[in-house]
Design a protein around this ligand. Structure first.
Ligand code: URA
Length: 191
């Protein structure tokens, strides 16, 4: 993890990231350039959870800095928030080869670090981006269609799910539904 990604404001976030230094717990370590721990506000009202780093993210050591990240930035701004006000991280911290979906065992190995991050961050709301994130968080095997439009919980924190921005880039017609999800997020944060 790069120094600027370490969030010194909260010693326990730093502690978690230190536990990941030189991590070789799963095979994703073999192809990575950088561990992508997470970035943003260490005391956020809203946390976004994606799937795993892509090429750009792996190169920079930062989450959502590629094309999908640009759309995520717009999604955040559409609900009157700035990227630096929220926290952004992923289920797996290392890039899967060819951006494949992380496997069950990779998720099982890496997700405890996400769970620790989320309990330290303790946001008002968690938004899962796509099926991998919501399934990993809720330990459920159901379709995104059945998980959207519902409020779930993780350690007493409300959890909602919407489409992954990479999916929205490929399927722009789903943006309408994503906008409904974002409006719901805005109103939950206002409560
Ligand atoms: N897609 C993800 O799921 N996470 C990132 O960090 C970038 C793209």
């Amino acid at each position: 993890t790069k120094p600027q990604v370490l969030l010194k404001k909260d010693p326990s976030l730093e502690e978690i990231s230190l536990d990941l230094v030189d991590c070789k717990r799963c095979r994703l370590s073999q192809g990575r350039s950088n561990i992508v721990f997470g970035s943003g506000n260490p005391n956020p009202s809203l946390v976004f959870v994606g799937e795993g780093p892509g090429r750009e993210e792996d190169q920079q050591g930062l989450p959502f800095v590629g094309r999908a990240g640009q759309l995520l930035t717009k999604m955040i701004q559409s609900i009157q928030l700035q990227r630096i006000e929220v926290y952004i991280c992923n289920v797996v911290k290392c890039r899967p080869p060819e951006n494949r979906t992380p496997s069950e065992d990779e998720i099982a190995t890496c997700s405890p670090f996400l769970f620790r991050q989320l309990s330290v961050l303790s946001p008002k709301l968690i938004c899962c981006l796509g099926l991998t994130a919501v399934q990993a968080l809720l330990k459920l095997k159901v379709s995104l269609g059945r998980l959207r439009n519902k409020i779930h919980t993780f350690q007493n924190i409300p959890v909602v799910a919407t489409y992954h921005p990479a999916y929205l880039l490929r399927n722009p017609s789903a943006k309408k539904e994503a906008w409904e999800d974002l409006k719901k997020i805005r109103s939950m944060l206002n409560q």
